[in-house]
Design a protein around this ligand. Structure first.
Ligand code: SAH
Length: 377
């Protein structure tokens, strides 16, 4: 039987990436995990973000803004109150990092209309590397708000900025290091029997002073720690902007609050966990966020840092119950069920309520952003 036309070209592209990773390992030796992840996610032709539409029921995974509109709406109200704290600048940039399908931004902009002066002040900038996702963002947003896209935060103009990143940090590549025989060793991707990719931990890890600062002082044999090299440049850029104009950035992600989590490197495809060393470019690769490391690095960069606060608590404090009651009043019975199950999923500790956490970083002159007043980092 003839195969569908798509299949051969897809598998050739996949083979192409696998082949290139193999060739690089043969030439340079085992690859650091962040290098392997970067190739799998960001390869311009065959990387995951170049090809896949990751989100939603028909994609690979689902995120809070896709679970319930209330998530983006409350973040829109959060942004409005931060804008007031900034002294209501005439123009403010609303910057979203990794906006997915554009749902969060659409819900936030709709909610922002409750404060028309804020809604009118917004210039929307989206930082997105995935072409398929940019197309979806255009569809979700362009009809009711002008959008400018960027591949990197560095090209967004300077000025007062409110920045949102939901499930953005977990996508930044990680390194893993293992304490073995009195030294930190780099966990790499090498080649085993029949050219299969395998983990190796032979090479001594090259660590900066900052890296060493977040590592345990008395490691034990076999202990594994994760480092995320993209965090420091991101925070340096946020701090640079915060030095020029008021800035508040909110990140929501899954992760841990102390650096003890061990191996969290994961592959997800079609709502199932997979082997991260198989099918390069075909699966989403992520790892949990080390919030202690993130907030420590934010303070070291000169930013004020807030949280981490469990997502459930964060949303309840922002007024989730009130917004939910409003929605329920206007909904039919069937819709009411959908609204309630979505909202429960966001705040229930057994779902997203605890594992997901919110953190904020702000320019030093700003007051605590809501609802973090009692939770400086
Ligand atoms: N915020 C969305 C999507 C989360 S998935 C939501 O909550 O539904 C991660 C998003 O970050 C995707 O849009 C992905 O394409 C984008 N992304 C990942 N790495 C990126 C990078 N280095 N630069 C810009 N965007 C990136």
């Amino acid at each position: 039987m003839a195969k569908p036309a798509e299949t051969p070209s897809l598998s050739m592209r996949e083979q192409g990436l696998e082949h290139r990773i193999r060739a690089r390992i043969s030439q340079e030796g085992p690859l650091r995990l962040d290098e392997y992840m970067s190739m799998c996610l960001y390869d311009p032709g065959a990387g995951y973000y170049a090809r896949r539409q990751p989100l939603g029921a028909e994609g690979d995974f689902i995120t809070a803004p896709e679970v319930s509109q209330v998530f983006g709406e409350l973040i829109g109200l959060w942004a409005a109150s931060v804008w007031l704290q900034m002294g209501s600048p005439r123009k403010v940039m609303l910057i979203e990092l990794g906006p997915g399908r554009g749902s969060l931004a659409a819900d936030a902009l709709r909610a922002a209309k409750a404060l028309p002066a804020f809604a009118n002040a917004i210039n929307l900038h989206l930082v997105e590397i995935s072409a398929p996702l940019r197309a979806l963002q255009a569809r979700a947003l362009q009809a009711f708000h002008p959008v400018r896209w960027h591949k990197r935060l560095e090209t967004v103009p300077d000025g007062p900025a409110i920045i949102i990143g939901n499930e953005f940090l977990d996508a930044l590549p990680i390194r893993q290091i293992v304490w073995r025989e009195s030294g930190w060793r780099e966990r790499c991707v090498g080649m085993g029997a029949e050219g299969r990719f395998v983990f190796t931990t032979a090479a001594p890890a090259v660590l900066s002073r900052e890296d060493r600062g977040i590592l345990p002082t008395q490691p034990i044999e076999g202990m594994l720690r994760e480092l995320r090299p993209g965090i420091r440049p991101l925070l340096t850029e946020l701090a640079r902007r915060a030095g020029n104009a008021p800035l508040a950035a909110l990140f929501v992600d899954y992760g841990y609050t102390r650096g003890e989590a061990g191996d969290t490197f994961q592959a997800v495809s079609r709502h199932r966990y997979g082997d991260p060393l198989q099918h390069p470019g075909e699966q989403d690769l992520t790892a949990h966020v080390d919030f202690a490391a993130f907030l420590g690095a934010a303070k070291a960069a000169g930013l004020s840092a807030w949280g981490p606060m469990p997502q459930g608590q964060f949303l309840l404090r922002l007024g989730l119950e009130t917004r939910c009651r409003q929605l329920m009043r206007n909904a039919e019975a069937l819709q009411q069920n959908t609204i309630m199950s979505g909202v429960r999923r966001l705040i229930d500790p057994r779902h997203m309520g605890e594992l997901f956490k919110a953190v904020a970083v702000t320019s030093a002159e700003l007051d605590a952003p809501p609802p973090f007043a009692d939770q400086p980092a």
